[in-house]
Design a protein around this ligand. Structure first.
Ligand code: AMP
Ligand code: ZN
Length: 132
């Protein structure tokens, strides 16, 4: 198998390959979902493709089906985790300003308690002009 260095060292690829432990909530050929190690809500699950895609930004037209499966899996997991009726959030952080730390595409499912209604916390560095 031709695994490049980034896939080899990627923490989420290692979880997908069962090389490091995680509390797995769902697994298929294409997708694995597991508890976030540092949860931001009582329920905090990450849904990832097993294939190493660095970010939503890196997806291409052929990834549309996979993206749909990831979102639909998040919906099914929310139901299984009993947070669907009360409500929950599914989010994808993209890039530096989007708060993405791990460079492997992942959806956050957050729920189990009322969530903040603020999606963006404005900690704008005045030295960096906002152009849009
Ligand atoms: P993001 O900021 O969108 O890149 O989110 C990355 C998430 O991955 C964070 O919420 C981390 O707590 C979580 N995380 C990092 N390492 C692990 C791990 N080994 N197992 C589970 N979750 C992890
Ligand atoms: Zn990866």
């Amino acid at each position: 198998m031709n695994i490049d260095q980034s896939q080899d060292s990627c923490i989420f690829c290692k979880i997908a390959r069962h090389e490091i432990p995680a509390n797995v909530r769902f697994e298929s050929d294409e997708i694995i979902a597991f508890d976030d190690i540092n949860p931001s809500a009582p329920i905090h699950v990450l849904v990832i493709p097993k294939v190493h895609i660095t970010s939503l930004r890196a997806t291409e037209i052929d990834d549309q089906m996979l993206l749909g499966k990831l979102v639909y899996r998040a919906k099914l997991l929310a139901e299984e985790l009993n947070i669907a009726e009360s409500g929950y959030r599914v989010s994808i952080n993209v890039g530096k300003w989007g708060g993405q730390i791990v460079s492997h595409l992942h959806l956050h499912i957050l729920g189990g308690a009322p969530l903040t209604t603020k999606l963006a916390v404005a900690t704008v560095d005045e030295s960096v002009p906002l152009t849009h």
